[in-house]
Design a protein around this ligand. Structure first.
Ligand SMILES: C[S@@+](CC[C@H](N)C(=O)[O-])C[C@H]1O[C@@H](n2cnc3c(N)ncnc32)[C@H](O)[C@@H]1O
Length: 191
């Protein structure tokens, strides 16, 4: 089986969905690659929110996105993301990306944690507009990552299928420690 490069697949699926003028969230800014990708999709008339708990990540992303005035970078846990979204963007988020784990080139002890990840996924899934996409790229293969991946799988499994479609992609189906991508699509608001 060919291996799938999941960050690229996440970008391809989101690029099919996002249009100029849309609003998107990068829930784990890191070095800003995903934020830059989202900004390119939404254009000058759109808006991107980016969250990271690390000052180093926010600084790196701010440096990368220097010219953009339609991005809001927030140094806070994504568990708090709902508190930072402007009222006009609530239930109007077309895409939200989670790229879990640690900051490449940064402090590997600072990683996403299952409890805050699940809180953020719950908040983000509610903020999506009908038709919006949420991607979660998880990295098992170490104890915290295994635990987080398992809990993300369980969280996705409990979603009402009439409200969210759910697809999962393995980068290497023969290797349980390989990265995994979930792609959720919002089909309907809560009744
Ligand atoms: C794999 S990196 C993200 C890569 C990034 N999307 C990019 O394009 O470069 C994961 C990031 O999640 C951040 N992070 C960890 N816990 C977090 C939390 N509770 N809320 C927001 N970000 C968090 C880390 O600081 C790290 O920068």
């Amino acid at each position: 089986m060919p291996r799938i490069f999941l960050p690229k697949l996440a970008h391809e699926l989101i690029a099919e969905q996002l249009q100029v003028g849309d609003t998107a969230i990068d829930a784990t800014v890191g070095n800003g690659h995903d934020s830059a990708f989202l900004l390119a999709q939404v254009g000058l008339s759109g808006h991107v929110y980016g969250f990271d708990i690390q000052a180093a990540a926010i600084a790196a992303a701010r440096h990368k996105l220097t010219d953009a005035d339609n991005v809001t970078l927030i140094q806070d846990s994504h568990a708090q993301l709902a508190q930072h979204i402007r009222p006009c963007h609530i239930h109007n988020i077309m895409a939200c990306m989670f790229n879990l784990g640690y900051l490449p080139g940064g402090d590997k002890r600072v990683i996403t944690q299952a409890a805050s990840t699940l809180a953020a996924l719950t908040a983000a899934s509610e903020l999506l507009v009908v038709g919006g996409l949420l991607t979660v790229l998880a990295y098992p293969g170490h104890p915290d990552g295994d635990q987080e991946t398992l809990q993300v799988a369980q969280w996705c499994g409990q979603l009402a299928p009439e409200r969210f479609s759910c697809r999962v992609f393995d980068s290497d189906a023969d290797n349980p420690a390989a990265p995994r991508l979930w792609v959720l699509g919002k089909a309907k608001e809560r009744a």
